[in-house]
Design a protein around this ligand. Structure first.
Ligand code: FDA
Length: 319
């Protein structure tokens, strides 16, 4: 109920205009956001690196409404890539296709992503295409397929365990192979395409994780570092200890080396666990969002956990 409410708010312009005006909501959101400027995010990533954690930088933004905005968003990513290279931080980049024009002008979106991937490949940075709501999945897969066929291999996708279609998608993508980030899924989807019950999502998550690890093993032994050159590096993106422990056990059981698997978590969530996994010898990558368009991202974080709503309300009461 609460989840549906906050996911509804995440797309409501009136709520966005209202909530972004309140100073206390910015303070509450700051827990999950590395700052408003690229410099803030670079500082956060440098500190994560110092602690033995990798990162993926996300310049917040989605559902742009004009072609110019889409082009500017792509230009911003070119700057981010320059800064990643110049600063020497260990970071990938993550982006959303509706930020680059998907749904507005798909050809423009393709062209924007192409520009980003070319630049990223010059500086050896891996770019992850986030997955958005289910209406975007087919077009996201198609854009990925086109750019891969042009030889741009420094990119990967996200699969959402709540969708019924995901096992079929993983089977097709892993044959390529593809670097997949597996997550539970953060959007509001109807019951005819997505599991409504959390227990079913969890079960599907483990099944998909196992499929990805089996395929990664079949694609051969990886080099000794998780630096973007592994063709099928599976990434388990969750804060759920049961999912993570399943993946660790399964990898050990089939003999998949630790360097052939990544765990990913969001900035500001379960920081202790991130460090513990890294100290146990796993590659841990933290998703680091920054920028001024934090509203929908923050609403999705509130939707995931009622305790975050109390934190939001306590900031309101304090203000
Ligand atoms: P679950 O929601 O069951 O939470 C397990 C535990 O984690 C909770 O009990 C709590 O302790 C902690 N936790 C989870 N969420 C929290 C929160 N918001 N605040 C505080 N604690 C929290 N989704 C998508 O649709 N497309 C995408 O591209 C991505 N990309 C992505 C990248 C990365 C690196 C991560 C970690 C996640 C995503 N997601 C995503 C989001 C994902 O789909 C999912 O909504 C969240 O990760 C929450 O699900 P969990 O797997 O953490 O489990």
């Amino acid at each position: 109920m609460l989840r549906a409410f906050f996911l509804f708010l995440s797309r409501a312009t009136w709520a966005k205009n209202l909530i972004m005006r309140w100073g206390f909501s910015r303070r509450a959101a700051a827990r999950f956001i590395a700052g408003e400027q690229l410099d803030d995010a670079i500082r956060v990533v440098a500190e994560l690196n110092r602690q033995g954690l990798f990162a993926t930088l996300d310049h917040l933004g989605e559902h742009v409404t004009t072609p110019d905005e889409a082009r500017r968003a792509a230009d911003d990513y070119l700057v981010i890539l320059d800064r990643i290279c110049a600063s020497g931080i260990q970071s990938n980049a993550s982006l959303k296709l509706t930020q680059l024009g998907l749904g507005l002008d798909d050809a423009l979106c393709l062209d924007n992503l192409r520009r980003i991937l070319r630049k990223a490949s010059e500086c050896g940075v891996f770019v992850r295409v986030d997955m958005e709501d289910a209406t975007t999945v087919d077009r996201t897969l198609e854009i990925y397929r086109v750019l891969r066929s042009e030889g741009l291999k420094n990119t990967g996708l996200v699969i959402q365990a709540y969708l019924f279609r995901s096992q079929a998608d993983v089977r097709t993508l892993m044959a390529a192979p593809t670097r997949i980030r597996l997550c539970k899924g953060a959007y509001r989807e109807p019951a005819h395409i997505a599991f409504p019950r959390k227990s079913d999502v969890d079960l599907n998550f483990d099944t998909l994780a196992a499929m990805m690890m089996d395929a990664a093993l079949a694609h051969g032994s990886p080099p000794a570092s998780a630096d973007g050159k592994i063709p099928a590096l599976p990434a388990i993106a969750s804060h759920d200890e049961k999912r993570i422990n399943f993946a660790r056990r399964y990898a050990e059981q089939i003999g998949l080396p630790k360097t052939a698997l990544e765990f990913q978590m969001l900035y500001g969530i379960r920081t202790d666990f991130q460090l513990a996994l890294a100290q146990a010898g796993h590659t841990v990558r933290v998703y680091v969002p920054y920028g001024t368009h934090w509203y929908p991202y923050y609403m999705r974080r509130l939707a995931e956990r009622p305790a975050n709503v109390w934190f939001f309300l306590s900031n309101y009461l304090r203000s």
